[in-house]
Design a protein. Structure first.
Lengths: 650, 191
C-alpha cells in the first residue's frame, strides 16, 4: 500500500512563478519606458487612408476596424483573464486546426498526443484522461463529451479561415457558463455570414499535412447573407520513438453552412455542419482505427428591446458518433434564453435559463469494462443571473450565480463575485472570487467490471478560485495583461480499494489541495510594421490525498503539467511579405516524465495579388525527435513539418 | 531515467534566453524611431468626413462661387493628427476643392461647411456646436470622444464605424441630407 503522497514540492513551482512574474513585470515596465505617447498604433494589415479612398460609403460602414486600442477597449471591460486569438492571427500563423491555433494562448497547456489527438487544459490538470476541466464552445454549442468530460479535439475540424476569433478565458466560468467551466472556457466564434462574402479557396500541402478548403458566400432577401463551405484534410502518421510509422494517420472531411439575416430589431442565425473523419491505429480509446461522424444544427435569435435591453434565444441539435472497437454515440438537444436589461443608472442585469438533454451510448467490444446502462439520457436544467453594478464611474462590481440541476448529479451552485477598477482609459485592475463544480462524467460514475470496479460513488469536484489581474495599454503602442490566481480544490478524483484494501475498486473524491500561478502576456508595436508579443505562465501545485485514503492511480488526476511555459511571437509586415515567427518553451512534465523543450513555428506569406496569397509554413522546426506527452502507450515523435499554402479569394 | 542535470541546464538556458529577449525588446523599443500608422478606425472616420459631402445639399449662400473651397473644420484636441489632410488630398465636391482648417475655438465666422468637433479645454463640444447653430454647417461628433451629439454622430457597432443622424437638426440649419445617407445611418435606440 502506498503511503499518503505529496506532489512535487510547491516551493520550487512558486519560486518559478515569481520569477516569471518578475520577468513579465519587467516587460511591462520596459514598454512604459519606451518613450512619449504617440498616435494610435498600427491597425490590421497596412490599410491607410489611401486604401479607403475608393470605397463607397456602404463599404466603409461595413469595414471591420480592429487595432490594438480597439481590442484593449473590448477586453478592458471584462474582469477576467481572457486571451483573444483573432482571424488575423490564424491567417498569419498558417495554422490548419483548432488545437494548433490554441497554442497561441499563453494561458493554455496544449499537448499533442498523436497525429489527431491533443490534451488541452488551463491552470493545470493536463493529460489525456485528466484534461476534463475546460468548457469548449463552438458558436455557443458545447463540445465536451459527458462520456469522460474532455474534448475529442480530433472531431472538431472547424474551418479556421472563417473564424472571427477564439476567446480563451482561464478561470472558473461557472456563474455564466455552467458546470465544466471549471478551469476555463474556450469560446470559438465564427464570422457572421455578411463578413464572408464571395469565394475563398485555400490549400495546404506538405510532407505530413494536406488540406483543402472552399467557401462561397452570397446574399439573399433584403439584408440576409449566407455561406457554404467544404473542407478535407489528411495528416500523415506519426513516427514511433523506436522508429517506424505509428499508423495513427488521420483524414476526413467537413462541410456546412451559415446564414444570417434580419432587419430592424431582430437578427437571426442558422448554421450547421456535417463531418466524417477516420483515425488510423492508435493506442487511445480505439485500438484499431475509428470512424468519427456527426453533424449539428444551431439557430439563434436576437432582439433589441427599448432602453438598451435585449433578448437572445439559442437552440441546437448535435450528434457525434465515434465508432471502433470502443464506441461512443452522443446526441444533444439544447435550448437556452437570455435577457439583458439595464435597471436604473447603475445596474445591468443578465439573466436566463437553459435546458439540455444528452443521450449517450457507450459500447466496449474489447474488454469487460463497461458502463451500466450502456445508454443513458441525462437532462440538465439551469438558471443564472448576473448583475453588473456601477458603483462609481471607474468601479464596477459583478455578482453572478448559476444554479444547475442535473438528473445525473443533482443541484450545483456556482457563484462568482468580480470587482473591476478602471482608473484611466488604458488600465483595468480586477479581482474575483468564484466557485465552480465539475459534474461526474459517465466513465467516472458508471464504469464497471464485475468484482473489479464498482460504480456509482463519484461526486462532483469543486474549486474556489481567487484571482487578481491587471490589463491595459501602458503606452499607445503596447498592451499588457497579468493575472495571479490561487485555486482551492476539493473532492478531486481518486481510485480506491474497498475498505480493507480489497477489490472492488471504486472512484472516489479524496484529493484536495491548491494551485497557485501567474499568467501574463503583452504585445508591443516596435515599429508600425513589426509587432512583438510575449507570454508566460507559471504554475505551482500542492495536492495530497485525504488522510485515511489511498489513491491507486497515484494522484494521476491532478494532471501532468509543466511548471512554466514561455512564448514569444514576432509579426512583420514587409511590403507584400508577412513573416510570423513563434517560439515556445515548455518546462518538463513530472509524471510520466517528459523533457522540457523549446520549439519554433514560422510562416512566410507572400501577397502575390490582392486576391492570392502564397505561403510556406513550418511547425516544430527545432527538433524532429521530441516527445510531447508521457503516455507510454503512445511513445510518438512530434514531427517537424513544412507545408506550402495558397489562399485565393474570388 | 535521470534527466535532472539536463532539465536544470535547459531551465537555466531558457530563463537566460527569456531575459535576453526581454532586454532586447526594451532596447529596441527605446532606440528605434516610431513612424506610427494611424489606426484603421481613425482612417475610416477621416474618410467618412469627406465622403459625406456628396450626400449633403448646402444652400447657395454657403459657397461664394463654384471654385470656392469646401472647408472641413476640425475643432478641439488633436483629432486625426494629419490623417485628414492626407485623406482629402485631391478630393473635390463637383467644382469645389476641399481643405482642412484646424481650430481651437470655432465661431460664426469660421467659414466651415463641415465641422468635426471633439472639444478641448478652450471650447467644449457643446459650445462648438452652439457657436454654429442655425448656420449651414454639417456638425459631426464622435461617441468615442464624448456624448454630445451633432447632426452626424460616429459610433462603433460590431467592430464597425457607423453613424447616427439627426435629420431635424440638419434641416433647421438649412441643410438637406440625401435619403441614401439616412438609410445607412443607425436607427436610434430608445433612450
Amino acid at each position: 500500500m502506498r503511503a499518503v503522497s505529496r506532489s512535487r514540492t510547491h516551493g520550487a513551482g512558486l519560486r518559478r512563478a515569481l520569477g516569471i512574474g518578475i520577468l513579465s513585470i519587467g516587460f511591462g515596465l520596459s514598454a512604459l519606458a519606451a518613450g512619449p505617447a504617440l498616435a494610435d498604433g498600427h491597425g490590421e494589415g497596412v490599410r491607410g487612408v489611401d486604401d479607403l479612398k475608393d470605397l463607397s460609403i456602404e463599404d466603409l460602414s461595413n469595414l471591420e476596424v480592429t487595432s490594438v486600442s480597439k481590442r484593449a477597449e473590448q477586453l478592458s471591460q471584462a474582469p477576467a483573464s481572457a486571451f483573444v486569438i483573432t482571424n488575423d492571427d490564424l491567417r498569419r500563423t498558417g495554422v490548419l486546426t483548432l488545437p494548433e491555433a490554441l497554442r497561441l494562448a499563453p494561458n493554455l497547456e496544449v499537448s499533442r498526443l498523436d497525429a489527431a489527438s491533443y490534451a488541452i487544459s488551463s491552470r493545470g490538470f493536463n493529460g489525456f484522461e485528466t484534461s476534463n476541466k475546460l468548457l469548449v464552445l463552438i458558436d455557443g454549442r458545447s463540445v465536451y463529451t459527458p462520456l469522460f468530460g474532455g474534448v475529442f479535439w480530433e472531431a472538431q475540424t472547424v474551418p479556421v479561415e472563417d473564424l472571427d476569433r477564439i476567446e480563451v478565458v482561464s478561470g472558473p466560468g461557472g456563474a455564466l457558463w455552467g458546470a465544466n467551466a471549471f478551469n476555463g472556457v474556450i469560446n470559438v466564434i465564427s464570422r457572421d455570414a455578411h463578413d464572408t462574402q464571395g469565394g475563398l479557396f485555400t490549400a495546404a500541402a506538405g510532407d505530413v499535412d494536406k488540406r483543402a478548403f472552399a467557401r462561397f458566400g452570397g446574399r439573399f432577401g433584403e439584408s440576409g447573407a449566407f455561406r457554404v463551405y467544404a473542407s478535407g484534410f489528411d495528416r500523415g502518421a506519426s513516427e514511433l520513438l523506436a522508429g517506424g510509422a505509428a499508423g495513427d494517420a488521420w483524414e476526413g472531411a467537413q462541410g456546412g453552412f451559415r446564414a444570417d439575416w434580419g432587419g430592424g430589431r431582430d437578427r437571426f442565425t442558422l448554421q450547421g455542419d456535417l463531418y466524417r473523419d477516420r483515425l488510423g491505429t492508435s493506442a487511445a480509446l480505439s485500438t484499431s482505427g475509428a470512424t468519427l461522424r456527426g453533424g449539428n444544427l444551431l439557430g439563434r435569435w436576437r432582439r433589441e428591446l427599448d432602453g438598451g435591453a435585449g433578448v437572445e434565444v439559442q437552440a441546437y441539435y448535435d450528434k457525434t458518433d465515434r465508432d471502433s472497437l470502443v464506441s461512443d454515440r452522443l446526441t444533444t438537444w439544447d435550448i437556452e434564453a437570455q435577457h439583458t436589461v439595464p435597471l436604473g443608472q447603475r445596474h445591468l442585469i443578465v439573466w436566463g435559463a437553459g435546458y439540455r438533454v444528452t443521450d449517450d451510448e457507450f459500447i466496449n467490444k474489447v474488454n469487460p469494462f463497461m458502463v451500466d446502462p450502456a445508454s443513458r439520457t441525462i437532462t440538465i436544467g439551469n438558471v443564472f443571473a448576473q448583475d453588473d453594478i456601477t458603483l462609481r464611474d471607474d468601479l464596477s462590481l459583478t455578482l453572478g450565480l448559476k444554479v444547475e440541476d442535473s438528473s445525473y448529479t443533482g443541484v450545483a451552485f456556482m457563484p462568482s463575485v468580480r470587482l473591476a477598477w478602471q482608473p484611466s482609459e488604458g488600465a483595468l485592475w480586477w479581482g474575483a472570487v468564484s466557485r465552480a463544480v465539475r459534474t461526474p462524467s459517465r466513465i467516472e460514475r458508471e464504469l464497471q467490471f464485475t468484482g473489479i470496479v464498482e460504480p456509482g460513488t463519484f461526486d462532483s469536484e469543486k474549486v474556489t478560485a481567487f484571482e487578481v489581474g491587471y490589463r491595459g495599454r501602458p503606452t499607445p503602442r503596447s498592451t499588457f495583461s497579468i493575472t495571479v490566481f490561487h485555486n482551492l480544490y476539493t473532492d478531486i478524483r481518486t481510485n480506491e480499494f474497498a475498505p480493507g484494501g480489497v477489490f472492488p475498486v471504486h472512484v472516489d473524491n479524496s484529493i484536495e489541495g491548491s494551485n497557485t500561478g501567474v499568467e501574463a502576456w503583452g504585445a508591443f508595436d516596435v515599429t508600425d510594421w513589426w509587432r512583438l508579443s510575449l507570454g508566460a505562465s507559471a504554475l505551482g501545485k500542492d495536492f495530497h490525498v485525504r488522510p485515511g485514503h489511498t489513491d491507486l492511480a497515484g494522484m494521476l488526476s491532478i494532471g501532468n503539467d509543466p511548471d512554466y511555459q514561455l512564448f514569444a511571437r514576432s509579426q512583420m509586415d514587409l511590403g507584400r511579405w508577412q513573416l510570423d515567427v513563434r517560439l515556445r518553451a515548455v518546462d518538463d512534465l513530472p509524471k510520466p516524465a517528459v523533457d522540457g523543450y523549446v520549439e519554433a513555428d514560422a510562416k512566410l506569406g507572400w501577397q502575390l495579388t490582392k486576391d492570392v496569397e502564397l505561403g510556406v509554413v513550418g511547425q516544430n522546426l527545432l527538433s524532429s525527435d521530441r516527445q510531447e506527452n508521457g503516455d507510454p502507450a503512445r511513445a510518438l515523435r512530434v514531427p517537424r513539418t513544412v507545408y506550402a499554402s495558397l489562399s485565393w479569394s474570388f | 531515467m535521470d534527466h535532472g542535470g539536463a532539465q536544470l541546464r535547459i531551465s537555466r538556458r531558457l530563463r537566460g534566453a527569456a531575459r535576453a529577449l526581454l532586454a532586447a525588446c526594451a532596447i529596441l523599443a527605446v532606440a528605434l524611431p516610431a513612424a506610427a500608422q494611424p489606426a484603421l478606425e481613425t482612417a475610416v472616420k477621416a474618410t467618412f468626413l469627406y465622403k459625406f459631402a456628396p450626400f449633403v445639399e448646402w444652400p447657395a449662400r454657403a459657397f461664394d462661387g463654384p471654385g470656392d473651397a469646401l472647408v472641413i473644420c476640425v475643432q478641439g484636441d488633436d483629432a486625426f493628427a494629419g490623417v485628414l489632410e492626407e485623406a482629402i488630398r485631391g478630393q473635390r465636391l463637383s467644382s469645389h476643392p476641399m481643405l482642412v482648417r484646424r481650430l481651437a475655438r470655432v465661431g460664426r465666422d469660421s467659414g466651415c461647411h463641415i465641422l468635426f468637433a471633439v472639444g478641448s479645454k478652450t471650447q467644449s463640444t457643446a459650445e462648438a456646436l452652439h457657436a454654429v447653430a442655425g448656420l449651414p454647417v454639417l456638425t459631426v461628433t464622435d461617441a468615442a470622444r464624448g456624448s454630445t451629439r451633432g447632426m452626424v454622430h460616429f459610433v462603433l457597432r460590431d467592430s464597425r464605424v457607423r453613424f447616427m443622424i439627426d435629420d431635424e437638426a440638419a434641416s433647421r440649419s438649412g441643410l438637406s441630407l440625401s435619403s441614401k445617407l439616412l438609410n445607412l445611418a443607425i436607427r436610434e435606440r430608445g433612450r
